[in-house]
Design a protein around this ligand. Structure first.
Ligand code: ZN
Length: 134
């Protein structure tokens, strides 16, 4: 079961610089900036209602997000859907023929995550998250 859009991720060169549009123009707040070493990125979260905008800054030039920016510029990177049961969701989607970048969920910035392969999701990179218990 999908509960909501957890976040929309945007690939950026610098979190603070890109956050300015959202903070200064839209009046939203940059809540938290953190390095996720395991993913090789810095992330800035900007809450907007129940959903977050996630600015993703690669820490090295050979990171997949850096290559994404090289090709497409700073732009929409992926959409993340929240589920209370990520393993159940993965199993159900696999039964329907979907493929994953990794079928084994791993610990991300905000809980267990995995990514569907974009060829299973209309060319859009889709992430699933099961939030860590608060
Ligand atoms: Zn994400």
């Amino acid at each position: 079961m999908i509960e909501k859009i957890h976040h929309v991720a945007i690939a950026v060169r610098n979190v603070e610089e890109s956050a300015r549009f959202y903070t200064e123009r839209l009046g939203l707040g940059l809540r938290e900036v953190k390095v996720v070493e395991s993913e090789g990125v810095r992330i800035g979260f900007i809450p907007c209602g129940e959903t977050l905008i996630e600015l993703v800054e690669p820490l090295s030039p050979d990171h997949t997000v850096a290559k994404f920016i090289e090709k497409r510029g700073e732009s929409l990177h992926h959409i993340c859907f929240q589920t209370p049961d990520i393993r159940g969701e993965i199993a159900g989607l696999k039964e329907q023929g979907c493929t994953f970048i990794s079928e084994e969920p791993k610990l991300g910035a905000d809980g267990l995550i995995t990514f569907l392969h974009p060829k299973s999701s209309g060319g859009v990179l889709v992430e699933l998250v099961q939030q860590a218990e608060a």
